[in-house]
Design a protein around this ligand. Structure first.
Ligand SMILES: CC(C)(COP(=O)(O)OP(=O)(O)OC[C@H]1O[C@@H](n2cnc3c(N)ncnc32)[C@H](O)[C@@H]1OP(=O)(O)O)[C@@H](O)C(=O)NCCC(=O)NCCS
Length: 153
């Protein structure tokens, strides 16, 4: 498996992968996590890294530089390949991507209902540093908010 920068032509596969991985959030959020238009517009603002498993898309992560900070979002590992170290390796590759651009911090957000995620990111050096409200136009089945996490690179 190889981690590399995605081509815009891979947008459809990235949509399928993200929506499959984020099925885990179905218990509190309706519908797909993302659609093709949203992924195409993210390609205008940042880059996706993908984990390429002999031509199959095994994982992806969205990265955006924001001055001296970088934002990491939509980390998704194909459900059949989870818990094999790929998520952690994608994070390591994302941090390298950010350092190469001169960024000093990496930021991410998790939904507070995902109780397993703070420990996952915490083991990799991320600490909680605030909260954001959930977008008012996104209907949810349970009340929720974002927890912000960051790491100095
Ligand atoms: C979160 C995610 C990216 C982790 O990727 P991964 O390749 O499974 O992670 P790794 O194999 O590197 O690390 C696994 C460790 O994370 C923790 N972990 C991962 N998924 C977990 C889960 N569903 N429940 C509890 N712990 C979990 C465990 O501690 C695990 O270690 P272990 O297998 O030794 O117990 C992946 O599960 C995923 O795509 N989830 C759906 C999308 C998502 O939630 N993205 C992050 C949103 S901010």
């Amino acid at each position: 498996m190889r981690i590399r920068v995605a081509e815009a032509s891979e947008a459809e596969g990235i949509v399928r992968l993200i929506n499959a991985a984020f099925l885990v959030e179905k218990y509190f959020i309706e519908g797909d996590r993302i659609d093709l238009d949203q992924v195409r517009s993210l390609f205008q603002k940042g880059e996706f890294l993908v984990a390429d498993d002999g031509g199959a898309l095994a994982g992806c992560v969205y990265l955006e530089q924001r001055g001296e900070r970088a934002y990491m979002g939509l980390l998704s590992i194909d459900p059949s390949r989870q818990r094999a170290g790929w998520g952690s390796q994608m994070i390591t590759a994302s941090e390298r991507w950010a350092r190469e651009r001169g960024c000093r911090f990496m930021d991410l957000r998790i939904v507070n209902l995902r109780e397993e995620l703070p420990a996952f990111y915490g083991r990799l050096g991320y600490v909680e540093d605030g909260m954001d409200p959930f977008p008012a136009d996104t209907p949810t089945k349970l009340p929720c908010h974002f927890v912000k996490m960051s790491k100095a690179l």
